[in-house]
Design a protein around this ligand. Structure first.
Ligand SMILES: [Zn+2]
Length: 66
């Protein structure tokens, strides 16, 4: 009874998140909305805020990597 027959019906992404599980996230920089607004309103000083409001987000699982 280790493999229930209805398990294959559930949509499960297999293999794609394996590096993430192991801690190897494929990160990209995301700018926060506040940072973008600050950059526009307080240009050019606001660009500093934009740099501070960036975060690394994994493109596969969406985890914010600190
Ligand atoms: Zn990930």
């Amino acid at each position: 009874m280790q493999h229930p027959p209805y398990q294959s019906l559930a949509p499960q992404p297999q293999g794609t998140l394996e590096p993430c599980v192991q801690g190897h996230h494929d990160t990209t920089l995301r700018f926060g909305l506040c940072g973008i607004l600050m950059a526009i309103i307080f240009f050019p000083v606001g660009l500093l805020c934009l740099c501070l409001d960036t975060r690394r987000v994994c493109v596969r699982c969406g985890t914010v990597v600190v």
